[in-house]
Design a protein around this ligand. Structure first.
Ligand code: GDP
Ligand code: IMO
Ligand code: MG
Length: 428
């Protein structure tokens, strides 16, 4: 089972970090292929809690080679800070490989992210302000700075000057900000070169060689299907390919290599930032999910918007990604509810839609049609076999599985590494 992809099936924060960590001891490489330090993954190992943003979660497993692929955008200062924090806690980070083709987030990208959001006013996306969108825009616009440019001062200067020629007009004339000096950017990027150099590699070649040698490579997505720039709720999305196809373009392996796609899906739904969210709750039930699930952003600390499970979204994700297995996370958070509503379809202006509507306006108007499932009160955090779960919790899993387009192979029953019920081996 060499190439396995993990993706988020909703709007992020499904527990991808924990799922990667769960497989950690059985994988050889873990590759982050999209996004940047907009992501936030919390992994709990024993009494230790790790919050990772830019680094793949697999870095916490001894023996795993972590890779930052070409599809990622890198804030190098954040990269070094995150590495230093792990080193201080005794984690071996020496194997990290960084793609020479990954794009670099600079000061002007962060500035532009913040000022464009401010300019959008009511229409703002609620980005993480980390410079993600402007860096991907430069990549597509062919004025980006790549990791390899940092090792050639002449080229670097040319590229930074070309990028700033455009941006300073924008910053000064439109956004009323001061111009940014090319020197300032070039100097700061050059100051990273020495430490960065040994990590930089032809990562596509290394991954290819690993697969040829029958190593197990896990491709770990940041963000999620509904935040994907093509398949999400555009324009309320991130700027990268967070779906399974992104694993191929964002790392440089052929799509035919991918043998399994694991979709991480929460037993309810959350979203951070703006945009449509049909099952969102504004009442005490939403508060219940937020408090019990501790739904506050790992990156920005913002309270997450909370709502019930949305089966059409799970089916949509199963389709778009070719999900072979779901991991249903945070089932324990639902403990104590008398009944649990699950969205089975939408009512859009009086018309029933069984699938996610293709028109964004329709999706904005989608009102969930719920089926009520019986709840349970027993503590399930100690469950390790499916049979350990109370009957109502088993029935919830089976009902959701039947609606979601792929089998549920594992169930999260708590934040800890061991708090999981495995039904089918995710790598077999
Ligand atoms: P990611 O962005 O998909 O990696 O997810 P985050 O780490 O941002 O958010 C998931 C949160 O849920 C983290 O705080 C995890 O420790 C926690 N978590 C993951 N799985 C479970 C679970 O099964 N039960 C509970 N209670 N918490 C979980
Ligand atoms: P993980 O990997 C949840 C959201 C932001 C915003 C939109 C665009 O932890 O699941 P961006 O800064 O990417 O341009 O913001 O995407 N967003 C996330 N929401 N989890 C994430 O990552 C997210 N990364 C970005 O809140 O709405
Ligand atoms: Mg997260």
């Amino acid at each position: 089972m060499p190439a396995v992809v993990i993706i988020g099936a909703q709007w992020g924060d499904e527990g991808k970090g924990k799922a990667t960590d769960l497989l950690g001891s059985r994988i050889d490489y873990v590759v982050k292929f999209n996004g940047g330090n907009n992501a936030g993954h919390t992994v709990v190992i024993g009494d230790q809690k790790y919050a990772l943003h830019l680094l793949p979660s697999g870095i916490l497993s001894p023996g795993v080679t972590p890779v930052i692929g070409n599809g990622v955008v890198i804030d190098i200062e954040v990269l070094f800070d995150e590495l230093d924090a792990l080193i201080a806690r005794g984690v071996d980070v020496s194997k990290l490989k960084v793609s020479a083709n990954a794009h670099v987030i600079t000061h002007y990208h962060r500035t532009l992210d913040k000022v464009t959001e401010r300019f959008l006013g009511k229409r703002q996306i609620g980005t993480t302000g980390r410079g993600i969108g402007p860096t991907y825009a430069d990549k597509i616009n062919r004025v980006g700075i790549r990791v390899q440019d940092i090792f050639d001062e002449g080229i670097l200067r040319q590229k930074v000057e070309a990028a700033l020629d455009q941006k300073n007009h924008l910053l000064v004339k439109i956004y009323n900000r001061r111009a940014i000096e090319a020197d300032e950017i070039v100097e700061s990027l050059l100051s990273y070169a020495e430490r960065l150099k040994p990590m930089v590699a032809d990562t596509a070649l290394e991954i290819h060689q690993a697969l040829e040698a029958d190593k197990t490579v896990l491709f770990e997505a940041g963000q999620a299907t509904m935040l994907d720039v093509d398949h999400g709720t555009y324009p309320f999305v991130t700027s990268s390919s967070a779906t399974a196809g992104g694993a191929s373009t964002g790392s440089g392996i052929g799509p035919g290599r991918i043998q399994r796609v694991i979709g991480i899906v929460k037993a309810y739904t959350t979203r951070v930032g703006a945009g449509p969210f049909p099952t969102e709750l504004f009442d005490a039930s939403g508060e219940f999910l937020r408090a019990n699930g501790f739904e506050f952003g790992t990156t920005t600390g913002r309270p997450r918007r909370c709502g019930w499970y949305d089966a059409p979204i799970a089916r949509y994700s199963a389709r778009i990604n070719g999900v072979t297995d779901f991991v249903l996370t945070k089932l324990d958070v639902l403990t104590g509810l008398e009944t649990i509503p699950v969205c089975v379809a939408y009512d859009v202006d009086g018309v029933r839609h069984d699938e996610v509507p293709v028109s964004q306006s329709d999706f904005h108007h989608a009102v969930p049609i719920y089926e009520e499932l019986p709840g349970w009160t027993e503590d399930i955090t100690g469950a390790r076999e499916f049979g350990d779960l109370p009957k109502a919790a088993q029935d919830y899993v089976l009902a959701v599985e039947a609606m979601s387009g792929a089998r549920i192979s594992a169930i999260g029953v708590g934040p800890g590494r061991e708090a999981v019920v495995v039904r089918h081996d995710l790598l077999a």
